[in-house]
Design a protein around this ligand. Structure first.
Ligand code: NAI
Ligand code: MG
Length: 357
């Protein structure tokens, strides 16, 4: 069956790492006999904005909704377009309109990468952060009153719906079920935030009853962040509300080294809409155009995309290829951020060759 994939490179190094992401996917498609049908779009970039006065065409939803997946590079070019315009006008539209309510980030220490945490080796850090991506603390319920006076007041309400909480928990439990350790950690703060967070805990406890094989624990967000640094080996699948997940999904990958290699997925698990796969990093204006951006975040995102589309063996082979190239440590292939003298293309090609087998 052919998989239709929308390719949106975006801005800056998005344009440099995307060809390597596609190269790696092509190699996986060849080896595993997959039919990947790529369609490239120029919108969702600041260049498009400068020409059209908006980040996306009016009919973007129609154009993209029937794709099997979206493969995004990075968006943002603050020198010409303010970041809130480029981000809200593109990526955040996709996440919301396509109800991508799961934000998934693997946190895995790869061979050859130095963790900022002393004494940690590959195998010590290997977990997922599952973030609720549509509600919670990031709500539009609230307002300002008496602006500019002594009585000035601002309020923004946390919104948790049973549907919204249960569906992210179910996704996290299902994910834990597929992993050898079968462990789930919930991020909470039910001591201080005394209405929504006890509710979150209650739903976790209820969901846990349907997953008797899974060991469940929970930590308040403050000590949980400390434990990410002190005991990253404790975690397998960590689930959190929008705000807690946001914090954990930056901290987790940071514990595993360079931002150039971290991937992420924005998932609509039911498949009512396409899911979106993108590296964690942005457009990196400081190194854009130099050909030295690390393409691994983009390639690894491609691996997550294949797994999501049902091709787990192909996705695994891509991750293994990344691990092999990093452990081989050929400085002519590796990019400068991981200690080499190579280029985006040399690293992308080395990985694609390994994927080809
Ligand atoms: P950034 O992730 O683009 O860069 C941060 C630092 O990491 C820079 O020093 C950069 O050179 C380095 N870096 C990033 N990716 C790398 C790679 N693949 N290889 C080697 N080094 C890499 O974040 P920054 O500078 O805060 O934002 C730049 C632009 O990107 C802004 O417009 C921002 O809004 C946008 N952005 C977009 C994101 C997205 O598309 N999801 C995520 C984060 C930022
Ligand atoms: Mg963040």
């Amino acid at each position: 069956m052919s998989q239709r994939i929308a390719v949106i490179a975006g801005d800056g190094i998005g344009n440099e790492v995307m060809p390597e992401g596609v190269r790696a996917l092509d190699a996986a498609a060849k080896r595993f006999n997959l039919d990947l049908d790529f369609h490239t779009f120029d919108f969702g970039s600041c260049d498009y904005y400068l020409e059209h006065g908006q980040m996306l065409p009016d009919d973007w939803f129609e154009q993209l909704k029937d794709f099997d997946a979206l493969f995004y590079g990075a968006v943002g070019w603050p020198a010409t377009v303010p970041d809130h315009i480029s981000l809200w006008g593109s990526l955040l539209q996709f996440r919301r309109q396509f109800d991508q309510y799961i934000n998934l980030r693997p946190c895995k220490l790869m061979p050859g990468i130095k963790s900022p945490l002393a004494g940690r080796a590959p195998g010590d850090i290997d977990f997922y952060v599952v973030r609720e991506n549509t509600e919670g603390e990031y709500s539009s319920v609230g307002g300002k009153m008496f602006e500019g006076t002594e009585r000035e007041v601002v309020m923004q309400e946390t919104v948790m719906t049973r549907t919204g909480v249960d569906r992210v928990l179910k996704y996290a439990f299902d994910l834990a079920q597929t992993r050898p350790r079968k462990k789930l950690t919930s991020a909470t703060k039910s001591n201080g935030i005394s209405i929504t967070m006890p509710y979150w805990d209650e739903r976790v406890a209820k969901m846990a009853k349907s997953y008797p094989e899974i060991a469940v624990d929970k930590f308040h967000i403050d000590i949980l962040t400390a434990n990410f640094v002190l005991h990253p080996d404790w975690f397998d699948v960590v689930v959190g509300s929008n705000l807690f997940g946001d914090i954990l999904s930056d901290l987790g990958p940071a514990c595993t080294g360079t931002i150039g290699i971290a991937p992420s997925a924005n998932i609509n698990p039911e498949g009512n809409f396409p899911s979106l796969f993108e590296p964690v990093h942005g457009s990196a204006p400081d190194i854009a155009g130099k050909g030295i951006a690390n393409p691994i975040g983009q390639i690894w995102s491609g691996a997550m995309m294949l797994e999501h589309l049902g091709y787990k063996a192909a996705g695994d082979a891509m991750v293994t290829a990344i691990e092999e190239v990093l452990s081989a440590g050929d400085s002519q292939a590796l990019t400068p951020d991981v200690g080499g003298q190579g280029t985006t293309e040399s690293l992308g090609k080395a990985i694609a060759e390994r994927i080809a087998g």
